[in-house]
Write a protein that binds this ligand. Structure first.
Ligand code: ADP
Ligand code: ADP
Ligand code: ZN
Length: 228
């Protein structure tokens, strides 16, 4: 199964993708994580991407599509969770070609619907384990033992330089202008399932499971914009 998690910054894509990796052996493909690794490693792509990311704007379609292409084969077993990709119509079309070349297809596009004002709180409280990358939140998801990562026991945490209120406003505007408009492309194919991203992490997970296990209240094709 190959799915896209779609939603604005802070919607919960990474949190849910990490859980699906654990629960289903799927592979999270996060272009944001790939780009941050490239920046940290000082690769040519990282050098190009850093200023764009710090400004909250989108990195070029060619760069992110190439990054996904390099990683796609590693998710062939139990499937891929696309997290933060595609973000433009061009990327959506590039993904279709990459999958078709490998005889694979998309099963669902899961849209996490969230209230924009809550996102600022989510983003400014976000931090993650410096060693294993598991995500936390100052208010909503603290480690069970203060200062110790639940997953790996490390004591070092980090925050993203772009997780500040000014940059997040730009990232939301980018989402509205360039990413939300790709939904109809998937609606036409009956792939979109909408989930209440304002619910608790556990409830969102339950709703995603219901979709993936085919127990969603929504029937295939429902929610598709009818073009009469
Ligand atoms: P995204 O990958 O969509 O940008 P994240 O999964 O990183 O979003 O979530 C952003 C922040 O909000 C993280 O600190 C995470 O712990 C927290 N978070 C994620 N989902 C929820 C939720 N359903 N309720 C409250 N906080 C959440
Ligand atoms: P979030 O989890 O908050 O949605 P990401 O980690 O996915 O953010 O992305 C962080 C930044 O990396 C973006 O603001 C953008 O600059 C860049 N980026 C990540 N994925 C893409 C993409 N698919 N296309 C263009 N830029 C991207
Ligand atoms: Zn850890």
């Amino acid at each position: 199964m190959n799915i896209i998690l779609l939603g604005p910054p802070g919607a919960g894509k990474g949190t849910q993708a990490q859980r699906l990796e654990q629960a289903r052996g799927m592979v999270q493909l996060s272009t944001g994580d790939m780009l941050r690794h490239a920046v940290a490693a000082g690769t040519p792509i990282g050098l190009k991407a850093k200023a764009v990311m710090d400004a909250g704007e989108l990195v070029s379609d060619a760069i992110v599509s190439a990054l996904i292409g390099e990683r796609l084969d590693g998710s062939a077993g139990n499937g891929a969770i696309f997290d933060g990709f595609p973000r433009t119509q061009h990327q959506a079309e590039a993904l279709d070609l990459l999958l078709a070349d490998r005889g694979r297809k998309l099963d669902y596009v899961i849209e996490l619907q969230v209230d924009e004002e809550a996102l600022v709180d989510r983003i400014t409280g976000r931090f993650s384990c410096a060693k294993c990358g598991v995500g936390y939140h100052d208010k909503f998801k603290l480690p069970r033992v203060e200062g110790t990562c639940d997953a790996c026991g490390a004591h070092e945490f980090k925050r993203r330089p772009d997780d500040n209120e000014t940059t997040v406003r730009t990232r939301m505007a980018e989402y509205r202008a360039k990413t939300a408009p790709i939904l109809p492309y998937y609606e036409e194919r009956g792939l979109v399932r909408r989930i209440d991203g304002m619910a608790s992490v556990e409830e969102v997970a339950r709703q995603i499971d219901a979709v993936l296990d085919g127990e969603g209240a929504q029937q295939p094709g429902e929610g598709r914009s009818l073009q009469l």
